[in-house]
Design a protein around this ligand. Structure first.
Ligand code: FPP
Length: 248
């Protein structure tokens, strides 16, 4: 297959892409396979998408791997997803580190097995000075939990109510220091936010595709970025062209 180039001016490339990797279960079901086979295929696809992200020059990637609500899935699926996180760290960490990827975890670590918590913390520590790609892994992540944690910490720090601003809240989120996502991709066609980056997504652009996550390939990723580059982001204002025209 010929190598696809990205047809986007540098200033139209999103700095931060976030992905809801949905549809693993249906991908498996449609092949008569167990759900965990879908998560395995999804993990393989994640490898490809991380590579493509580095290649495209996107600086921040956030992936939704396990939500605070996913504990309600059958125990064997929960166990399988825990195992996948452990296995991904065991198998991929050295290469990710070599490629200059900085791993960050967003979410609540406490509920994970102590050995897995340690593995995550070690991976974060090992890669903390890398800067080619910042990869936020949302695992046991919930947007509401994140805001609750932020409020608790703001109160613990004794911040006066009048000093609570947008910027201050952002600094208390798990994503402190990370720019808000420019583009959020959701695979498998569901039209909902699912408690993902609910504060940070205030002005994100969305790309929703019916493709199941294991089938979301580099070609479609490129299309998502090119579609994003065409968008007119107004942040609640009018477009700059229109503004200039009306003031001419
Ligand atoms: C949603 O599909 C997917 C998940 C809840 C898990 C996503 C995990 C991976 C892609 C594996 C990578 C994981 C790590 C830890 C790096 P679904 O099961 O909700 O699909 P369905 O809606 O079709 O049932």
């Amino acid at each position: 297959m010929p190598e696809m180039s990205l047809n986007i001016p540098a200033d139209k490339l999103p700095q931060h892409v976030a992905i809801i990797m949905d549809g693993n279960g249906r991908w498996a079901l449609s092949r008569g396979l167990p759900r965990l086979a879908g998560h395995k295929a999804g993990t393989e696809n994640l490898r490809r998408v991380i590579r493509a992200t580095v290649e495209f020059g996107v600086k921040y990637l956030t992936i939704y791997a396990f939500s605070t609500e996913n504990w309600g899935r059958p125990p064997e699926e929960v166990k399988g997803l825990m195992y996948i996180l452990e296995d991904v760290i065991d198998r991929e960490l050295a290469e990710l580190h070599q490629e200059g990827v900085q791993l960050r975890h967003i979410g609540r670590l406490e509920r994970l097995a102590p050995a897995l918590q340690e593995k995550v913390l070690d991976a974060v520590e090992l890669t903390k000075d890398n800067d080619r790609l910042i990869l936020n892994v949302a695992f046991n992540y919930g947007g509401r939990a994140e805001i609750v944690d932020a409020i608790q910490n703001i109160m613990k720090d004794g911040i006066a109510p009048g000093d609570v601003t947008d910027a201050l809240v952002s600094r208390y989120l798990y994503t402190a220091g990370v720019p808000d996502p420019d583009l959020i991709i959701r695979t498998s066609g569901e039209l909902r936010v699912s408690n993902f980056l609910i504060w940070q997504a205030a002005y994100s652009e969305w790309y929703v595709t019916p493709t199941y996550w294991p089938d979301f390939d580099k070609e479609e990723y490129r299309r998502a970025l090119e579609t994003f580059a065409q968008r007119d982001r107004r942040y609640g204002k009018v477009s700059s062209n229109e503004y200039e025209a009306s003031n001419a």
